[in-house]
Ligand binder design. Structure first.
Ligand SMILES: Nc1ncnc2c1ncn2[C@@H]1O[C@H](COP(=O)(O)OP(=O)(O)OP(=O)(O)O)[C@@H](O)[C@H]1O
Ligand SMILES: O=P(O)(O)OC[C@H]1O[C@H](OP(=O)(O)OP(=O)(O)O)[C@H](O)[C@@H]1O
Ligand SMILES: O=C(O)c1cccnc1
Length: 484
């Protein structure tokens, strides 16, 4: 998986545009693209950026193999052999800036910025969005679950319901970034070093003549702290009493039962009853795991009902982002080369939200010096120095400019990091533990009102005066052209 070649993991129209540019002699012109999303998923107040590691590996390994080239040669477009020869030597030689994985990010701010020839910047759009959109979506969903579960243990159980293997594996990683504690997916554990955990299935119990025998055999076979699934027949009449008997036998052998798992029925009621039965039996250390189509809302609800659940197994709803199965991240051209010079470009739309912001931009996070908390994200051109030096800033909402405020006492954090510099990888990929830690630090920068699950406060994402003025001017120029 780490060194897979994904050159053709792109939409055909990218290859066709590359070809047409080559025929036209414009394929080596420079272009700048920015990737961002317009709307936060799940009604959340923020998103958790993920996908960079895979994007870096994808770009580093980007080559057209002989098989790729012969496949391209067979296409109905009849690409000229000289074009395919050009692709044979293709390498990504562009420059890429990106948010770091685990960053708390917001709509309409560039998450990735790519500069290079039209050929290379166009080719990578599809895969880059594919990785960024999915992983950011799952990391964001996982973050919502984590907000609700707080310090309880979270296990990622989604593989069987994921949209195929890649989604399961990279989804498990995204969940871990946002604070899940372990995954049931062994391959994700092997590849990324995520802790792995597991209980057992109903089939384990069914294959034996009695539930008690099943529990005893399992607990004896495995080391300390196993988890027993107690709902195969009757949770309170049979499952929990048999788990207690097994726990007592284990104690006599110097071992301990780790937990029981509830997977059906009223999880609040059953967990409260089971907790009491375990405590009354002198087994306060045995934890209770719950699973069954859980998400942040059921977990929140179960907690409010006083459920005695220590560990949550979350599968389908997380890995498929069931309530919003796609993040609408886009990749838009913001500068193009014309007559040897770079110039901003805009995409106009009848829908004001879809009008792009022209020019090559940075994202500065303004941190209030008193509180240490983030005040706003400030999107300005890469050449603008004003905010970087901590000067007085007038912030205004780009859509409703009358919503404004001035900030003075702030530090700035530049959110986009240089990853590829003219094709050279200059960014040290952090370890997954470092990413998880970074995510936690990112959360600490925000007041709780921006992070809450329901109706969060809207965090300020503001364009600099210069960037806003250029956008308005380009819209006006376009309107004037229409009138002529
Ligand atoms: N006390 C509760 N309050 C709110 N939701 C709950 C509570 N207990 C369980 N749930 C959730 O309600 C849903 C129950 O679904 P369903 O009725 O299909 O399951 P079940 O019949 O208990 O078990 P299964 O069909 O998996 O054997 C699950 O999403 C579960 O997490
Ligand atoms: O419910 P999820 O959040 O996806 O968590 C994973 C589910 O997978 C297992 O069920 P299984 O596939 O055996 O079938 P079931 O849903 O009928 O229990 C497990 O018992 C959980 O219920
Ligand atoms: O270990 C478990 O209990 C588990 C793993 C995957 C899916 N459901 C449950």
């Amino acid at each position: 998986m780490q060194s897979e070649n994904l050159a053709l993991h792109t939409d055909k129209y990218q290859i066709n545009m590359m070809y047409a540019h080559w025929i036209n002699g414009t394929h080596l012109r420079k272009a700048v693209f920015e990737a961002y999303f317009r709307k936060l998923p799940f009604g959340n107040g923020f998103a958790v950026f993920a996908g960079l590691e895979r994007i870096v590996k994808y770009i580093s390994n980007l080559r057209f193999t002989e098989d790729d080239l012969s496949y391209l040669a067979k296409q109905e477009e009849n690409y000229k052999p000289e074009f395919l020869e050009l692709l044979r030597d293709f390498r990504f030689r562009g420059t890429m800036h990106s948010m770091q994985e685990g960053a708390v990010v917001f709509p309409n701010e560039p998450l990735i910025r790519i500069e290079g020839t039209i050929l290379e910047t166009q080719l990578v759009e599809t895969a880059l969005l594919n990785f960024m959109n999915f992983q950011t979506l799952i990391a964001t969903k996982a973050s919502r679950v984590k907000r609700v579960a707080e310090n309880d243990v979270l296990l990622e159980f989604g593989t069987r319901r994921a949209q195929e293997a890649d989604a399961a594996i990279w989804g498990a990683r995204a969940a871990y970034i946002s604070g899940f504690d372990a995954t049931s997916n062994m391959l994700a554990g092997e590849i990324f070093g995520i802790p792995t955990k597991g209980t057992h299935a109903h089939s384990w119990v069914q294959i034996f003549d009695s539930e008690l025998e099943a529990f005893e055999v399992y607990a004896k076979a495995l080391p300390d702290q196993v988890s027993l699934l107690v709902d195969t027949f009757d949770t309170l009449q049979s499952g929990v009493p048999n788990a207690i008997k097994t726990a007592k036998k284990l104690e006599a052998m110097g071992k301990r039962l780790g937990s029981i798992r509830l997977d059906s029925g009223d999880l609040a009621y059953l967990s409260i009853k089971a907790r009491k039965m375990l405590d009354d039996a002198g087994l306060p250390y045995v934890k209770i795991v719950a699973s069954n189509d859980l998400d942040e809302n059921t977990i929140f609800n179960l907690k409010s009902q006083g459920a005695k659940i220590d560990i949550w197994g979350v599968g389908t709803q997380l890995i498929t982002a069931a309530d919003q199965p796609a993040l609408g991240g886009v990749y838009k051209l913001v500068e193009r080369e014309k007559d040897g010079k770079m110039e901003p470009t805009i995409k106009i739309s009848g829908n004001p939200e879809k009008v792009t912001s022209p020019g090559k931009k940075d994202v500065l996070r303004l941190i209030n010096r008193d509180s240490g908390k983030a005040t706003a994200d400030y999107i300005c051109f890469t050449h603008e120095q004003h905010a970087r030096s901590g000067g007085k800033l007038r912030l205004f909402d780009p859509v409703h400019p009358y919503i404004k405020k001035s900030v003075t006492d702030y530090d700035t954090v530049s959110m986009l990091q240089l990853v590829f510099d003219e094709g050279k990888l200059v960014y040290d990929l952090p370890t997954l533990e470092e990413i998880r830690e970074f995510h936690q630090q990112q959360l600490n920068l925000f007041w709780p009102e921006y992070l809450r699950k329901l109706n969060p406060e809207k965090y300020r994402i503001n364009l600099s005066q210069e960037a806003w003025e250029l956008k308005q001017k380009m819209i006006e120029d376009y309107m004037n052209l229409q009138e002529e």
